[in-house]
Ligand binder design. Structure first.
Ligand code: NFS
Length: 654
């Protein structure tokens, strides 16, 4: 039962403290009135286990689970003798392996689709971006001159398959890694081979009685994470661009106000673009549009949520209804006629909430069924069979709507869809495309540095709030911000994705934004599209003037509201690529231990990046800016300006 009794309702947290998103707050209030429980309330109800939160417990075998005391971490060991460092390193490494597996399996699904499009077995999709096909092929030294797309694609498939299956040697996209970074990886023995091998070895090593040195476990965690960033995730992004088109800037509305009371509202939530791409075709079908009209609707309204939403928003300008923490809340509007999902970040709680509002929740992927949801399997060979049926279910629900509708009004319009390719045209012009202007503006100090702000929202913290505060603080200090995933949606909802938001930026960044006509934050797409940030970082190194490895760049990363293992994998591949990366909410490690010291200092001494942690977004920004300034100093380009201190007035405005 999903209802909560009245006596508990009184003690609940004020919705305004649960989220900075007014629409979501409005729906939390309504849900409570309707007696429906959302993740925000479940989070209040379920206090995190303190031993687990510190990663001081091990359940990798059945002599345990063993619990060590985080306050006195070296006092005890597990039954097998495992120390706190071994236990934490194993738990951390398994999170990396799980996150990497999610991204690489997603990438592999895209690669399989590509293979069958190329060999003619799948006819409903095609290669939309031949230019991108050629540029990816060239980056892997595949001959393109005078060859057909078909031949290039066949070679590209064969080459990229190695990303997964190769047992020895270096992964294909390692060719894109800057020289200095690659030398460090080779010296440390962490160049990824094939993702399957790295993930398998990671799981093996973390089995009871195998790898019991935290440094050696971390070494394999580095390699596993890199097989995600420069492997599975990068394949997912590049192949999706080839098949569906490389994003370029597009104006899009974001937040729950994109739902339309008089239309059949369909939400797609998940991560793989093929389902969504097929939905776009289905909702345009004249027969189905007519069926919707016959049911009394003005038409069909297709919107996205979470990462597949972020990807479709960036690629095609499809409206986006909200990020991870809003997926249950939006059902409370009563206006969602169907929510169809595929993989990742799909809360099981959606099934109960959907039931309360008579909304069909449809699972579509063979890997992800949910008890209580309807399963309509999506098949790349016959995609419309599934997506047409989803539309039919939605029309039928529209016809039989029984719940009163309450749609929050908020919609913020901004510019999305900044692929790394577009960034170079935008800054360099069509004829002079390149990263020279970005590097020049960094060197002359107009842009202090670049920050990637990425990752989830988490009901353990006020939704969107840390993202907004962090990003405002960064741009105010002339740090250009690149966004992906749910962070991108949080910032879009706050109205910071429009060129007018340049007035929040410091004078240098503002000047660049106004000259180019761009917002001070650039949304790059979904979480697998973090690979675009890696490519942009490599391009900055290749352009010259900012060192010879990613670790030399005045850049930093953050995931202030993360919650998933995928985010740990992303954070770790940024660290292993040379980036200082700060997480918020919680960090699953006991402080003042050897493993903690390795992640937060030791890796940097090895020539990689390092981890940071802070719950306070302003402190987080301070740490990132201090790191950027340190790198500027090391590069000898620190003559630029002092940091702007944010006054009380500014903080109040935030
Ligand atoms: Ni990323 Fe996307 Fe969002 Fe977090 Fe989940 S949707 S892959 S994991 S919650 S950003």
């Amino acid at each position: 039962m999903n209802k909560k009794d009245d006596k508990n309702t009184k003690t609940m947290m004020d919705p305004k403290d649960c989220t900075a998103c007014d629409s979501t707050a409005q729906m939390i209030t309504k849900a409570r009135k309707d007696g429906v429980v959302l993740a925000f309330d479940r989070a209040e109800d379920m206090k995190p286990c303190p031993i687990g939160a510190d990663s001081a417990c091990c359940k990798n075998c059945f002599m345990g689970p063993c619990r060590l005391n985080a306050r006195d971490p070296y006092k005890k060991v597990g039954v097998c003798g495992a120390t706190i460092d071994t236990i934490m390193a194993r738990n951390f490494a398994r999170a990396v392996a799980s996150g990497a597996a999610a991204h690489t399996d997603h990438g592999m699904a895209m690669l399989e689709l590509f293979r069958d499009v190329v060999n003619g077995k799948i006819l409903d999709y095609e290669i939309k971006d031949s230019f991108k096909l050629h540029s990816v092929a060239k980056s892997l030294d595949i001959e393109t001159e005078g060859r057909s797309d078909q031949d290039i694609s066949t070679d590209l498939y064969k080459e990229l398959e190695r990303t997964y299956t190769q047992v020895d040697g270096e992964m294909p996209f390692v060719k894109r890694v800057p020289k200095g970074t690659l030398e460090t990886w080779r010296k440390l023995g962490i160049v990824p081979r094939g993702a399957m091998r790295e993930i398998m070895e990671m799981m093996h090593r973390t089995h009871i009685g195998v790898d019991q040195h935290y440094e050696n476990i971390t070494k394999q965690a580095n390699r596993t994470a890199l097989s995600d960033g420069w492997g599975g995730s990068m394949v997912a992004t590049e192949i999706s661009d080839i098949l569906f088109g490389t994003p370029s800037p597009v104006e899009v509305g974001v937040n729950m106000g994109v739902l339309k009371e008089k239309m059949v509202n369909i939400i797609i939530h998940g991560h793989e673009p093929n389902l969504f791409e097929s939905m776009v075709v289905s909702v345009a079908s004249p027969t189905l549009v007519q069926a919707a009209k016959d049911a009394g609707a003005d038409g069909i309204n297709l919107v996205g949520m979470c990462c597949s939403g972020a990807e479709m928003m960036s690629r095609h300008g499809i409206p986006h209804a909200g990020n991870f923490s809003s997926t249950e809340a939006i059902l409370v509007t009563g206006a969602v006629d169907t929510m169809a999902v595929d993989i990742q970040c799909i809360k099981q709680g959606l099934a109960e909430v959907a039931k309360c509002y008579n909304t069909p929740l449809i699972t579509t992927n063979t890997r992800a069924h949910i008890e209580g949801a309807v399963h309509i399997e999506f098949n790349d060979h016959l995609p419309m069979e599934c997506t047409d049926e989803i539309v039919i279910k939605a029309i039928s629900r529209f016809k039989n709507r029984v719940h009163p509708i309450e749609i929050p009004k908020e919609v913020k319009t901004g510019i999305q869809g900044f692929s790394h390719e577009y960034v170079q045209y935008m800054l360099g012009g069509t004829f002079r495309g390149g990263y020279a202007p970005l590097n020049e503006n960094i060197i002359n100090g107009r842009i202090r540095g670049v920050a990637g702000v990425v990752g989830c929202t988490n009901p353990r913290t006020k939704q969107d709030d840390s993202h907004i505060q962090l990003v405002k603080e960064l741009i105010k200090n002339d740090v250009l911000v690149l966004l992906t995933g749910c962070a991108q949606i949080a910032i879009a909802k706050a109205g910071l994705a429009s060129p007018e938001a340049a007035h929040y930026a410091g004078p240098g960044l503002r000047e660049v934004c106004e000259t180019v006509g761009m917002p001070p934050v650039l949304g790059l797409g979904s979480c697998v599209d973090n690979s675009r940030i890696l490519i942009a970082a490599s391009a900055m190194v290749a352009q010259g003037g900012l060192g010879d490895s990613i670790a030399d760049l005045p850049v930093a990363g953050a995931a202030p509201e993360y919650m998933s293992e995928k985010a740990i994998s992303i954070g770790h591949y940024f660290v292993a690529s040379g980036v200082y990366t700060v997480f918020g909410v919680t960090f699953p490690i006991v402080e003042n231990t050897k493993f903690h010291n390795l992640l937060f200092n030791g890796l940097e001494e090895q020539g990689l990046g390092k981890w940071g942690f802070d719950k306070d977004p302003i402190e987080m920004a301070r740490k990132m800016i201090a790191h950027i300034d340190k790198k500027r100093k090391e590069l000898g380009i620190d003559q630029a300006r002092e940091r702007v201190l944010v006054g009380m007035d500014d903080r109040r405005q935030l």
